[in-house]
Design a protein around this ligand. Structure first.
Ligand code: AMO
Length: 442
């Protein structure tokens, strides 16, 4: 039996502590370079990369297999871990001080020639190429890194939820009506009826407050966005909280606490993410923010019901300069510009107990204190021209005892995009859906 079959697998990241030893690694050929009679391979596994040298003077058989290799071949390689000669050490690689001298190579799976150039370790692919060959481009270390960061965002969110004593819930995505706005609904044929894909877990998380008091969910949300932008997807992932027995002020504290907890977790886990500043997050009402934009940037949007994309960029620049913060919270959007479930400010009902959190120029969260009084909720639904009948089960929860409550929702892809300074949200979604694409171009 070959030695290869008898050894236990060593992860690539562990090779550095095995200098002089024979190891068995398993992984994917990332790059192959030929230098005279030597073949150099960059091999990756889930823990990292390592350089493998295939030298016919060491093993003719390994060299014969080595000659067949192309990027993405799946291999098992047996070889000796050597210190690299001084001058060839790669400081950018955690295994850059060592290399493996191959003595046996087994090909587990072959790969056709990739339909695009893999280049070096930098990613030089245009967005259409990145998306047209998604199952392959996701393997590129720079692309995979994006989703490692995303996994850490999710982990940080879950940790925050656990620390706040919240219960996880799973909610449906087939619904009968709109919650966030009528026009952006995807219709589905539901047996002999018309139904829709859910725009948000909103109503369900609220109905669960009297059950658990504090809930969280990671939910798919569907928005038939009528235009193509760099920050909208048709299917997005929302990270939601809903909490009972809270005031507006407490909600603001909570959302900032969760945001910071989550971002800190990513920073502590991923060295390659830029440092985020958030010691003291400034809070502004919408009108205050628009006042600053008028004064500092000369644009008069003081009567608008929301910040424009440029306003979001500018107010974040202001927060960074004036408060050294990459985050800024905006409150008190006009009541009628918000969904029916957002509570008007009792002191000034034209404006609401709503908030957005902006991060590096983009809204990454929104939410608010809710209308928890049954009669007021019915009126808010009617005021927006919606049918009360469509909310029967939801309204029932308010008729039978609902504490003061509120919540918020983060957009996962937007946080990912901004943390990594990506220019398009599509890069921050594994398999993005938009007006023009559902995996394949439409
Ligand atoms: P909202 O509609 O603002 O609020 O959504 C919450 C967050 O989700 C993200 N988001 C999107 N990301 C990418 N593409 C989209 N089309 C898209 N739409 C939304 C944003 C946004 O801040 N139910 C309320 C939340 C609440 O009140 O708790 C809601 O859905 O980051």
């Amino acid at each position: 039996m070959s030695k290869l079959k008898m050894l236990k697998r060593t992860l690539i990241s562990e090779t550095v502590s095995n200098v002089g030893q024979i190891v068995l690694i398993k992984g994917f050929v990332r790059i192959r370079r030929d230098h005279g009679k030597l073949i150099f391979l960059d091999v990756r596994d889930r823990s990292g990369f390592i350089q493998v040298v295939v030298n016919p003077k060491i093993s003719e058989k390994a060299y014969a297999s080595g000659q067949e290799l192309k990027p993405e071949f799946v291999v098992e390689i047996l070889g000796k871990v050597n210190k690299r000669p001084v001058g060839t050490i790669n400081k950018d690689l955690s295994t850059g001080e060592v290399e493996i001298e191959a003595t046996e190579i087994t090909i587990l799976s072959k790969s056709e020639t990739l339909p695009f150039g893999t280049g070096g370790n930098e990613l030089n692919l245009e967005l259409p190429t990145l998306l047209d060959h998604r199952s392959l481009t996701l393997r590129h270390p720079k692309v995979a890194e994006i989703f490692q960061v995303q996994a850490k965002i999710l982990e940080g969110f879950r940790k925050a939820a656990e620390e706040l004593d919240c219960t996880e819930i799973v909610v449906p995505t087939i619904v009968v009506g709109a919650t966030e706005g009528g026009a952006e609904l995807f219709e589905v044929k539901y047996y002999d009826h018309k139904a829709y894909l859910s725009q948000s877990p909103q109503l369900y998380k609220q109905m669960m407050v009297p059950v658990f008091e504090r809930v969280w969910t990671i939910a798919h949300a569907y928005r038939a966005e009528p235009s193509v932008t760099t920050r909208h997807l048709a299917e997005t992932t929302q990270l939601d909280f809903e909490i009972g027995f809270v005031t507006f002020e407490e909600l603001l504290n909570l959302l900032e606490k969760v945001a910071v907890r989550m971002l800190k977790h990513v920073q502590d886990s991923c060295s390659y993410v830029d440092k985020v500043e958030f010691d003291k997050i400034p809070r502004l009402t919408l009108r205050e923010a628009q006042g600053i934009i008028f004064k500092e940037f000369g644009r008069d949007n003081r009567k608008e019901k929301d910040l424009t994309p440029q306003d979001e960029i500018d107010i974040c620049m202001w927060a960074k300069k004036k408060h050294k913060s990459d985050l800024v919270t905006i409150t008190h959007f006009p009541t009628l510009a918000k969904p029916f479930y957002i509570m008007p400010d009792p002191k000034d009902p034209e404006y609401s107990f709503s908030y957005d959190l902006l991060f590096k120029g983009v809204e990454i969260l929104s939410g608010g204190q809710r209308v928890s009084d049954y009669d007021k909720l019915v009126k808010a639904i009617k005021d927006r021209g919606m049918k009360v009948d469509a909310f029967e089960m939801y309204l029932m929860a308010f008729k039978y005892g609902m504490p003061p409550e509120g919540g918020f929702s983060f957009g996962l892809e937007r946080i990912t995009m901004k943390l990594l300074n990506l220019s398009n949200i599509r890069e921050a979604s594994l398999f993005p859906r938009d007006m023009e694409r559902v995996d394949e171009r439409l």
